[in-house]
Design a protein around this ligand. Structure first.
Ligand code: NAD
Ligand code: DAU
Length: 342
């Protein structure tokens, strides 16, 4: 089969590209990515050595470029990871989130309709459900939980997610959607909580924890997410949504303290800073459906996964040091110093 993986130069997409190359050597993997600040070609260096891998630099919202690729490759499956993915950036400047996340999804699906496809898979997020209160640990997001977004990012993802389901109902496009909780692991861009805290702790720099650090996220090791997507895009029921998460709820403060402990650094580095506007309190996924229908279960416990992740950042310093030495500096100053967050 020929599979187009959009956003394959980013965090989860690149982990997915490697999973496919390692576990499905008969398939041809085409990565379509326009290399925004979050896309990194060096991440795909090893993938380039596989004869069944091709990289194409293009914007998913560029209809001409997308159709050209479909004409060349006649894909069987399209799995759409490409997105603007950082909530804080969406609060600063929502426009590009609507363009990439919604219009990009439309352009991809229009090409799927025009050229024919076996499966279009949309990588959505648990953020489409909004948040849960801290004092109701009995509540979880199921696939029936109403869409109720908080940020421009989650709203753009919800728009795309609903558009995908509408293309199924209206045009019969064979789609599936997955809504996953927070991922962590190798190649995670160092603007997100876990890699940000690892890189700053290693430099003995203050760790900016928003608000009181009590917000809860349901952490999943990235490879477990990729395996779930692989199962759904190949065997999930058409037109269905599957939640992905591993019952791994941690407050931000717990996560930051775990990182400091693993690195042998002092908790004095923790600095409580101005909260994120509209900050979601708690995410927690009920993964019963994907478990019952496809047998998926997470394989990596947080306690092991966080150690492996920290090890990866220690062993691959050149990957993230190059990122944080460039344009990223301006980003950090703008997002943290100017807002009194550091
Ligand atoms: P990321 O920001 O690390 O990577 C995004 C990738 O998409 C980059 O390689 C970037 O260059 C590419 N891209 C952006 N705009 C593009 C465009 N217009 N055309 C082509 N390529 C473009 O993101 P991530 O954290 O790997 O997330 C991947 C997907 O998974 C996103 O759709 C995100 O919403 C979803 N998701 C992420 C998480 C998480 O915890 N990170 C959890 C659930 C769902
Ligand atoms: O739940 C899935 C979502 O998880 C994905 O859809 C998003 O693409 C992904 O970025 C992630 O969103 P979050 O907003 O949860 O991730 P982030 O790493 O930005 O923040 C995690 C938590 O840590 C959140 O409560 C905010 C807090 N935080 C974050 C940063 C960057 C801090 O306290 N300090 C920080 O500097």
């Amino acid at each position: 089969m020929t599979i187009i993986v959009t956003g394959g130069a980013g965090f989860i997409g690149s982990n997915f590209v490697y999973l496919e190359l390692e576990e499905h050597s008969d398939d041809r993997i085409i990565c379509l990515d326009n290399l925004t600040y979050a896309g990194n070609l060096s991440t795909l260096k090893k993938a380039m050595e596989y004869p069944n891998f091709r990289f194409v630099k293009a914007d998913i919202s560029d209809r001409e470029a997308v159709e050209k690729l479909f004409e060349e490759e006649h894909p069987d499956i399209v799995v759409n990871f490409a997105a603007e993915s950082h909530v804080d950036r969406s609060i600063e400047d929502p426009g590009i989130f609507l363009q990439t996340n919604i219009i990009g999804t439309q352009v991809l699906m229009d090409a799927c309709r025009k050229y024919g496809i076996k499966r279009y898979h949309q990588v959505s997020t648990d953020e489409v459900y909004g948040d849960l209160p801290l004092d109701r640990p009995d509540l979880f997001f199921t696939e029936e939980t109403p869409i109720h977004t908080s940020s421009p990012y989650s709203s753009s993802k919800a728009g795309a997610d609903l558009l995908v389901l509408a293309y199924h109902r209206t045009y019969g496009l064979p789609v599936t959607v997955t809504r996953c909780s927070n991922n962590y692991g190798p190649y995670h861009f160092p603007e997100k909580l876990i890699p940000l805290m690892i890189s700053r702790a290693l430099a003995d720099e203050p760790l900016p924890v928003y608000g009181k650090g009590e917000n809860v996220r349901d952490w999943l090791y990235v490879k477990d997410h990729c395996k779930a997507i692989d199962l759904v895009m190949r065997g999930g029921r058409v037109g269905e949504v599957y939640n992905i998460g591993g019952h791994n709820e941690k407050s931000n403060l717990e996560v930051v303290k775990t990182i400091l402990k693993e690195l042998g650094k002092s908790e004095d580095l923790i600095t409580f800073v101005t909260d994120r506007p509209g900050h979601d309190m708690r995410y927690a996924i009920d993964p019963t459906k994907i478990h019952n229908e496809l047998g998926w279960l997470p394989e990596t416990k947080f306690e092991d996964g966080i150690k492996q992740t920290i090890r990866w950042y220690l062993d691959n310093k050149e990957w993230w040091e190059e990122i944080i030495s460039g344009e990223y500096r301006n980003y950090f100053d703008k997002m943290y110093k100017e807002k009194g967050r550091a």
